[in-house]
Ligand binder design. Structure first.
Ligand code: ZN
Ligand code: FE
Length: 256
């Protein structure tokens, strides 16, 4: 049985997620920007929190951890070993390749450093979902604050290699603004043009654009497409190393 995933809007433009295993009753929350929406979502479903999975140390992803822990003191806190000193106390400190088990589904930790060093993603292959927070985002990627651009490209490349039907559960509703930038990099991409129309319609109706399908990201997200010839031509970087093309796209976005 796949995990049931619930998207929870938090703060002004953050997302947290619940991942619930009906058979065992175990429920994980992925990131806690603030406590109240998480506590409400659990209570509304009658779910008991068993795991808190942290992606990275930024306050808008961990700000509500202590308050939620106070309500569910039995929850097991999981986060990156590399971030041990700047996360709430961890019951399980993980690194690339480690397993996180919810019910009987085994998730895998992927190191996606770049936005921060120690940023991790959680991939649940049976459910077909990956929790990426500020690494791969809908039609974008996180700003490279602590790591290097080559490191970010490497991280995104690992996510891009997951099965294309994977649901990308990312951390922010930045998609509309990301679209305004993406179209400057690839103005003639029909998949991008129709995605932007769909995003505008969703946002006008007050609907989230997260999560998104990895196949759609592969077709439209410029940060996954640094190896595509038409983008390289658009940037006058034909035949360049995709790392350098990615770095150029990320630099342009930083000042967009
Ligand atoms: Zn962040
Ligand atoms: Fe964030």
């Amino acid at each position: 049985m796949p995990l049931e995933i619930v998207t929870i809007p938090c703060l002004s433009d953050n997302y947290a997620f619940l991942a619930h295993d009906a058979a065992s009753g175990e429920t994980a929350v992925i990131d806690i920007p603030e406590a109240a929406p998480i506590l409400d979502a659990l209570k509304a479903r009658g779910w008991e929190l068993s795991h808190i999975l942290i992606t990275h140390h930024h306050w808008d992803h961990i700000g509500g951890v202590n308050e939620v822990l106070a309500a569910y003191p039995g929850a097991r806190v999981v986060g990156a070993k590399a971030d041990y000193g700047r996360l709430p106390p961890l019951h399980q400190a993980v690194e690339e390749g480690d397993s996180v088990v919810i019910g009987d589904e085994v998730g895998t930790v992927i190191d996606v450093s770049g936005h921060t060093v120690g940023h991790i993603a959680y991939h649940f292959p049976e459910t077909g979902a990956v929790f990426t927070a500020d690494s791969l985002m809908a039609l974008g990627c996180g700003r490279v604050f602590e790591g290097t651009k080559p490191q970010m490209w490497d991280s995104l490349s690992k996510l891009a290699a997951l099965p294309p039907e994977t649901l990308v559960c990312s951390g922010h509703e930045y998609t509309q603004a990301n679209g305004r930038f993406a179209i400057t990099i690839e103005p003639d991409n029909p998949a991008l043009i129709s995605r932007i129309e769909a995003i505008d319609a969703a946002r006008a109706a007050g609907e989230p654009t997260v999560p998104s399908r990895l196949s759609l990201e592969l077709d439209t997200n410029p940060f996954l497409r640094a190896n595509v010839a038409s983008i390289q031509r658009q940037l006058n970087m034909q035949g360049a190393d995709p790392v350098d093309v990615f770095a150029e796209i990320r630099t342009r976005k930083d000042s967009f």
